[in-house]
Design a protein around this ligand. Structure first.
Ligand SMILES: [Zn+2]
Length: 642
């Protein structure tokens, strides 16, 4: 169900009645219509949820669903029913109020149908199926029949004043209760229905990270249901997942074939067959009947129900750029490998397409000794490795020394360490800068006869900013760029310019995540070439144990960003080696991004058949690398009783 669906049934002259004739699921099909006038029909997997939304025995309903399920429409229709048929007070709680207001304006109002109407006061009013709003201010709408919609954000005082029949909490994984002395916002919100008759409690979210997910917690205390397919070839019950999706790409990376494979018999299905199995599917309870009842509150005997599903059950329309839905999803999976930060892309796939929380394999990174051992015998100052097409540098000035690294870049994000040096000397004096200039103006011989200069250099200006900026300014034509590292979790690798200054912000967390995951890549035996993003180091006096200890000095953890999304945050643990090698590599990588161009690639034209990337348990790139030519393996059963 997409947002184009509108409620346009003619109920404008109906009288609000205390006991409606039709239960919600039927009411919606009776009164709602699609824009072209055809009657609205639930998708099979939406219908049960719609039936549960107002079912007396179901006190709480949790939705842990993929993006594109039609959640906003389903809930919007539920709000509409409560407003029209029960004159209900509907509350929606969001991690912050501005998200809530934009949901109200951009998603809910179009879904439930409204007329723009000014009555001379310039205030926009809207009606839901004939009930005019009598008050419509940001985040609060009151209707002529006494019904209301209100949006609740972070404010506990607003939450405490609310009296609700329907309480819907969205994006509960992004709720931040850590600093709130008032306690659990979700429970407090659901508590606002206490005096009322209806007492509908709904919560939804993309899941976030295993062990930190609020919606996972909700599912754990509930009767948990999954939409299962019955394989049309072998009749086995099967919980479809993007891991069952296979595809072929051409050399441009475009997906040319996609199919869904039954994990029991190996039969391949196209999108038409997938849709047929989804249409014939059903929700099944996972686990035993004990989950039917809330274990810690047996006296109430009220059911908590949770619905979980991956996007493989989707029956809505697909993006018009793709022939069908599985091609659309396959393209998203294929894009992960080409993404700058594959780990972060994998989190998005897990959360939004699989509807699963992401397992944090806390910072996979190699040991310094492993990196030492895999050094290769090339001598950058004599001859560049053949693959190098661009040379950049990263410079990290400190009080009494400057660290610099020069890195060569080629196709497929492959890179070669060329030179690392720590130049001792006070940075307020010129000697040390002169030495730096000598290093940065060296040219490198390429096997094709050219000599390559350092094309772009990023210089950190965190320490003695004025001195550093002054040094950079006259060297601009040589590609010397002043930068400053940003620890903000969501700053992209190339962040915004610092206000009023000619200094570029660099998202260091994202850069470090990319570097560490690429350092973990392993070369696949029996495969030509190196995996995408492989980082080479030369056997040289500049790349010794101390360098590698510094390169992998930092540790990381997943932290919640301002929008509720999780990001990997890096920090230097006590007693760790000095991290200048890592910092220099971050800046050299930013420099490469500034001068990104189309590298010549000698990929052949054959189509490559592959499985989508594996999300659980390992988010590391070594899995991706190893997976390429591997035969399909039988997958463990994920579902009890399947
Ligand atoms: Zn089968």
């Amino acid at each position: 169900m997409n947002r184009a669906t509108r409620i346009i049934g003619d109920v404008s002259n109906r009288i609000v009645r205390p006991s409606p004739d039709l239960p919600f699921a039927e009411w919606a099909e009776h009164y709602l219509a699609l824009p072209d006038g055809t009657p609205f029909r639930w998708h099979p997997y939406q219908r049960t949820i719609a039936e549960d939304m107002f079912r007396p025995g179901v006190s709480e309903l949790y939705l842990r669903l993929f993006s594109g399920f039609g959640k906003t429409f389903t809930l919007g229709a539920g709000f509409s029913y409560a407003l029209v048929e029960h004159a209900g007070s509907c509350g929606a709680m969001f991690p912050n109020e501005s998200d809530g207001k934009s949901w109200l304006t951009n998603e809910l109002k179009p879904t439930i149908g409204y007329d723009e109407d000014t009555d001379g006061t310039g205030v926009q009013r809207f009606h839901v199926q004939g009930i005019r709003s009598v008050r419509d201010i940001a985040g609060f709408t009151k209707f002529a029949n006494g019904a209301s919609i209100q949006i609740i954000g972070q404010s506990f005082s607003k939450l405490r004043r609310a009296q609700l029949d329907v309480a819907f909490a969205d994006e509960v994984d992004a709720l931040d209760d850590s600093s709130a002395s008032e306690g659990d916002r979700l429970r407090a919100f659901f508590g606002r229905t206490r005096q009322r008759v209806m007492q509908r409690h709904w919560a939804a979210s993309y899941p976030s990270v295993v062990g930190k997910s609020r919606i996972d917690e909700c599912v754990d205390i509930s009767q948990s249901l999954y939409w299962l397919f019955t394989c049309s070839a072998c009749s086995a019950l099967w919980r479809p997942h993007t891991q069952d999706l296979g595809f072929k790409r051409n050399r441009h990376g475009d997906v040319t074939h996609a199919w869904l494979t039954c994990p029991h018999c190996g039969e391949r299905f196209d999108d038409r067959e997938r849709r047929a199995m989804s249409t014939a599917g059903a929700w099944h309870v996972e686990g035993d009947e004990e989950h039917d009842w809330r274990p810690d509150d047996p006296a109430t005997r009220r059911t908590y129900r949770a619905y979980s599903s991956s996007c493989m059950i989707q029956l809505g329309l697909c993006d018009e750029n793709f022939p069908d839905y599985i091609h659309e999803v396959a393209s998203k999976l294929a894009a992960v490998r080409r993404s700058q930060n594959p780990s972060a892309s994998l989190r998005v796939i897990a959360n939004q397409l699989d509807g699963e929380s992401f397992r944090d394999e806390s910072a996979i990174k190699p040991e310094p000794s492993e990196l030492m051992q895999r050094r290769e015998p090339y001598r950058p100052f004599e001859m560049l490795p053949d693959g190098v097409q661009l040379v950049t540098a990263g410079v990290d000035p400190n009080a009494d020394f400057i660290s610099v690294e020069i890195v060569g870049w080629g196709a497929n994000d492959e890179c070669w360490a060329l030179h690392y040096e720590k130049i001792n000397g006070n940075i307020l004096q010129t000697d040390v800068w002169r030495a730096l200039d000598r290093i940065l103006t060296r040219r490198f011989r390429h096997p094709d006869g050219r000599t390559l200069p350092v094309a772009v250099t990023c210089v950190d200006t965190n320490h003695k900013p004025t001195t550093c900026r002054r040094w950079c300014a006259p060297r601009r034509s040589r590609g010397v760029i002043p930068i400053i590292g940003s620890n903000q979790l969501d700053t992209p690798l190339l962040g915004p310019r610092v206000k009023g200054k000619d200094v570029l912000r660099i998202g260091v967390n994202e850069a470090k995540e990319t570097i560490y995951s690429r350092l973990s890549l392993v070369v696949d035996e029996g495969e030509d070439g190196f995996p995408q993003g492989y980082q080479h180091f030369p056997i040289s006096e500049h790349y010794q144990a101390r360098y590698f200890a510094g390169l992998v000095a930092e540790e990381s953890e997943l932290k919640k960003g301002r929008t509720g999304q999780f990001f990997r945050a890096y920090f230097l643990p006590p007693g760790a080696a000095r991290p200048e090698p890592l910092d220099c590599r971050v800046y050299a990588m930013a420099a490469e991004q500034l001068r990104r161009f189309h590298y010549d690639s000698d990929d052949d034209e054959t189509e490559e058949e592959e499985k989508p990337v594996e999300r659980q348990p390992a988010p590391d790139l070594s899995t991706l690398a190893r997976q390429r030519n591997r035969q399909r393996r039988t997958r463990k059963k994920r579902f009890i009783g399947a």
